[in-house]
Design a protein around this ligand. Structure first.
Ligand SMILES: [Zn+2]
Length: 56
């Protein structure tokens, strides 16, 4: 199951997410980035870090 931890991309944040698919996980991460980190849109550089930090 794909999972993600915000702290894996260097954020001081306790957010973790898990989803059945990577698409679902990316949606959850996107919502979190917008609401908690005020990233709207999420910069490409941050997206790259997120993609690398996702554990499958
Ligand atoms: Zn976070």
């Amino acid at each position: 199951m794909p999972s993600f931890k915000c702290k894996d991309i260097g954020m001081k944040c306790g957010f973790t997410a898990k989803a059945k698919t990577q698409d679902e996980l990316l949606k959850m991460i996107g919502d979190h980035a917008r609401s908690v980190h005020s990233l709207n849109p999420v910069p490409q550089e941050t997206m790259d870090k997120i993609m690398k930090a996702i554990k499958k």
